[in-house]
Design a protein around this ligand. Structure first.
Ligand SMILES: [Zn+2]
Length: 482
């Protein structure tokens, strides 16, 4: 399947071994300067011939006469892709491109410019900025084209087209979104949404499961640069978007629309969008962590059927004491450990970061840490300790950022603790994540924690997906009218 089809976007990325990035992709939307050694827009591939398809507004080009046959092969695939992604999913119709490629149609190129891979990009004739194709639609959307090097293909033209075309629709929705998971996770998900059973999500999902400490918005470039972990993490983020879509009834398109702003300043990221759509992105994140930690067990959500790559457990802890994880955590990341202590256990987090959650996989319950970042659970248990968001977290910038300072998790037996308050903390009102009832939820409500505010009392569980169901439906209805 496609191995290197970055849409985008980030300056200064280090590519995993063997991957190359076409010149047109070396810049962020707002990077402001050309890549080293280049002084002008590299432009589009050459076209020595093209074909227009009557059924959809797409023009298919080749830059070598030998490549014409790929346009012949692509037509039937593209009719399916268009139907699945433009007609059956609420992605926006691609913008016309003002004559690039010879007319207003969306352009596909079979070209050596794909550099043994494929890419999708908008033209950026305005200096090094993309151009908002409709400055009054509430979104930052541009007209993109896709390029595939036939040398990359291995009987997987269908997957390349489903994937790359989804990037065109993403560019039409929010070209400013800076982190890679919403791009690549959505494109991998779109492969499956176009032809069920033929997508690559299980292959890439393994990378996702292997590095849960990386966080919601991180990518394999960072994992390679910092930990020499070769990973398709951002592609595996389809695991996240499947949970959002199937577990919460929030489509990936809704997420993209909610994260989009007009113009070239990205004030709303997908993390902000999650707050809007779920009411509580921290609770949502812990619920996602619980769902992915159940993969490979009998309790895994049905939408992960056929995928059994369990979550990576960083350590097994057999004695009370301090624990400093070797890997991460990054912002919005989770460190999973097996705590093999047969007793009630108190967890205290010593960190400059002030918002944490506990994902108790054994009990299938999530808790926002309260008091002095402490909580109590019953061992032995498999638990994830999750870095939640704070208002200081800039998800336009800090998705590659390790939690500030050293983080120490201190585990003590609960009869030797300061935060255990069974009378007030363990109210019994906590909802487990699989309760399914309407639930009063309790906990933190839907308020984002402020910079100087510590999370509330011990023992508060995340609200259940079912609770959020009624909250988000009006929002979804509004979004789908766009
Ligand atoms: Zn991609």
């Amino acid at each position: 399947m496609p191995a290197c089809h970055m849409p985008a976007l980030l300056a200064g990325l280090t590519l995993p071994t063997g991957m190359t990035m076409p010149p047109a992709m070396q810049l962020g939307a707002d990077a402001g300067a050309p890549p080293p050694g280049q002084t002008s827009y590299p432009g589009r591939p050459d076209s020595v011939g093209h074909v227009d398809w009557d059924e959809i507004p797409v023009r298919c080009h080749w830059d070598d006469a030998d490549f014409e046959t790929y346009c012949d092969q692509a037509k039937d695939y593209m009719l399916d892709v268009w139907e699945a992604q433009v007609e059956n999913l609420p992605w926006p119709t691609p913008f016309g491109d003002d004559g690039w490629g010879g007319d207003d149609r969306t352009d596909i190129y079979f070209s050596k410019d794909g550099a043994y891979g494929a890419y999708t990009i908008c033209d950026y004739p305005d200096g090094w900025n993309f151009t908002d194709a409709d400055p009054s639609d509430g979104r930052a959307g541009c007209a993109a084209h896709l390029v595939i090097d036939p040398n990359a293909l291995d009987n997987d033209l269908d997957g390349y087209l489903a994937h790359e075309f989804n990037h065109i629709l993403q560019f039409a929705t929010d070209y400013n979104e800076p982190s890679l998971p919403p791009w690549e996770g959505a494109a991998v998900q779109a492969e499956e949404q176009t032809w069920a059973g033929r997508g690559s999500w299980k292959q890439y999902g393994r990378s996702y499961q292997n590095s849960p400490f990386a966080g919601l918005l991180n990518d394999g470039y960072e994992l390679n640069a910092t930990y020499s972990i070769y990973s398709y993490y951002e592609y595996g983020s389809a695991i996240w978007l499947m949970h959002l879509t199937s577990g919460y009834g929030i489509s990936t398109t809704d997420l993209w629309f909610a994260g989009s702003d007009e113009g070239n300043e990205n004030t709303t990221t997908v993390w902000d969008a999650l707050w809007e759509l779920t009411g509580d992105a921290d609770a949502y994140l812990m619920d996602l962590e619980l769902a992915r930690a159940l993969i490979g067990t009998d309790d895994a959500p049905a939408y992960y059927d056929g995928f059994d790559s369990g979550i990576e457990i960083q350590d097994t802890i057999t004695e009370a004491g301090d624990y400093v994880p070797e890997y991460g955590p990054y912002n919005l990341g989770t460190v999973y450990v097996d705590v093999e202590i047969d007793d009630e256990v108190q967890l205290v987090v010593d960190s400059e970061h002030r918002s944490w959650g506990l994902v108790n996989v054994t009990d299938q319950q999530t808790t926002k840490l309260g008091g002095d970042l402490c909580t109590v659970f019953t061992g032995p248990a498999r638990v994830g300790i999750t870095t939640l968001g704070t208002t200081e977290l800039n998800t336009n910038r800090n998705f590659h950022t390790l939690v500030e300072g050293e983080t120490t998790f201190t585990l003590t037996r609960a009869d030797d603790n300061s935060c255990y308050e069974p009378a007030s903390g363990d109210t019994g009102a906590a909802d487990t994540a699989d309760t399914g009832g309407g639930g009063d939820g309790g906990g933190q409500g839907n308020k984002r924690p402020q910079d100087d505010e510590e999370p509330g009392g011990c023992g508060c569980a995340a609200a259940s997906p079912a609770m959020f169901g009624w909250m988000v439906l009006p929002v979804l209805a509004a979004r789908r009218r766009r």
